[in-house]
Design a protein around this ligand. Structure first.
Ligand code: AMP
Ligand code: MG
Length: 402
């Protein structure tokens, strides 16, 4: 059995070998995708000198404080005026400044009488105020958005103003999911006798979608060696980046997953990690002509499989895409925690952020790896490291938001 850190090192070095492919997609489909090119501006931003306020455009002369109105320039309906220092035009926010004008007096800073405007006494008056200069945001040809940026609405806005209707982004990883277990029925059914609803398929697919990757649903396979073989063969032939199975990977009599994986050519890199929950985790790789599939055999217990996903699958995908997600923090414990072995524990907890600027965390009542309902009340994992025993109220622990 290997340690948490050893497991992470092995997974990370394999996952980093995945070849990120790229695709050109519509601008509006690229939100929450990762940019695979530098984006440059095709024009100056703004493209012309313009007004930052509704007001009056003038040629600044510090001694002149009233002006004759010569006309108006609505935004998008430019009409040039050759003004001297004694005249002005009414101008709207975003309107192009007439030739020679360098300053805008806001509407609220003038009194208007007939064709004249008079600067109010306390008004701010200086050359260049309330104007936006050609190219002051970004000059033509300059870098607008950096490669590897996770695209959010503000990046889409920048790309739009640079005239980009499509962007080159990294393709989402294709991640297959298969649940195994004789006891499983799908969620439309009400389980009877010794059956339970299959939640893992849904939790893992939801977790894949949550990080905007592409899931492929291989359904539920019974604990029958041939059935599992056929389903895994199909999944392995699907040229996935990652294949995730849940269940059937412990020591039980009907736990066939590891054996079948290996019979199909999966190279096991490790099996079992010194963690709780999620100890039976299996990780391997499968090579095909064009590349490799990362194989994660997660245990069936619903809390274990999801915690394993967060720790080992999600973290390494985010690293692969160079995404720095700030989901780790230190919190003060509001409960004593029971921990008496040398595994690394990931307890489910509820954190809160207090007025004193600190995080506090409580554990959820039941830490059983089968208790999904309790996990549903949590919003973080509390990490208790290998050599740490029974942490007490008031001590600090590292946590991961989930
Ligand atoms: P296993 O790892 O196959 O031994 O399963 C461990 C526990 O997880 C058993 O109690 C199973 O009933 C439960 N389990 C396995 N697969 C699922 C699933 N897809 N959804 C919910 N519970 C599951
Ligand atoms: Mg099972």
């Amino acid at each position: 059995m290997i340690s948490y850190n050893e497991a992470q090192d092995i997974i990370q070095s394999e996952v980093n070998k995945l070849n990120l492919k790229t695709e050109q997609i519509d601008l509006l489909n690229s939100v929450n995708r990762v940019l695979a090119e530098d984006v440059f501006s095709d024009i100056n931003l703004p493209p012309f000198n313009n007004s930052a306020m509704d007001g009056f455009a003038i040629k600044f002369n510090g001694d002149i404080k009233n002006w004759k109105i010569a006309g108006e320039i609505p935004a998008g309906k430019f009409n040039d005026y050759d003004l001297d220092e004694h005249s002005t035009v009414s101008i709207m926010t975003g309107s192009k400044l007439p030739s020679g004008c360098d300053t805008v007096i806001p509407l609220e800073d003038v009194e208007q009488q007939n064709d004249f405007v008079y600067l109010k006494k306390d008004a701010r008056f200086a050359k260049g105020i309330n104007t936006r200069k050609l190219g002051e945001d970004l000059l033509k040809g300059k870098l607008a958005i950096l490669k590897d940026t996770l695209l959010k609405p503000h990046h889409i806005a920048v790309a739009a103003s640079c005239g980009r209707s499509t962007l080159k982004v990294y393709k989402r990883l294709r991640i297959g999911v298969l649940a195994t277990g004789d006891e499983l029925v799908d969620i439309h059914e009400t389980p009877t006798g010794d059956k339970i609803r299959c939640s893992n398929l849904y939790s893992i697919i939801a977790a894949i979608r949550n990080i905007n990757m592409h899931s492929v649903n291989f359904g539920i396979a019974k604990d029958d060696k041939q059935l599992i073989h056929d389903r895994l063969k199909w999944a392995l032939e699907s040229e996935l980046d990652i294949l995730i199975t849940t269940g059937g990977v412990s020591f039980g009599k009907f736990d066939y997953v590891k054996e079948v994986y290996e019979s199909l050519g999966v190279e096991t890199k490790f099996w079992q990690v010194k963690i709780k929950p999620g100890k039976p985790l299996l990780f391997g790789t499968y090579s095909f002509n064009e590349g490799k599939t990362m194989i994660f055999g997660l245990p069936g217990n619903p809390v274990s499989s999801l915690v394993n996903f967060f720790l080992f699958v999600e973290q390494n995908i985010l690293n692969l895409f160079k995404l720095k997600i700030n989901n780790k923090f230190s919190a003060t414990l509001q409960d004593d925690l029971k921990k008496e072995d040398s595994k690394r524990h990931f307890m489910r907890g509820v954190y809160s952020y207090s007025d004193d600027g600190k995080y506090y965390v409580k554990k959820v009542g039941n830490q059983s790896s089968g208790n999904l309902a309790e996990m549903g009340k949590s919003n973080c994992l509390i990490i208790v490291e290998e050599d740490r025993m029974n942490p007490r109220i008031g001590e600090t622990a590292e946590c991961i938001m989930i």
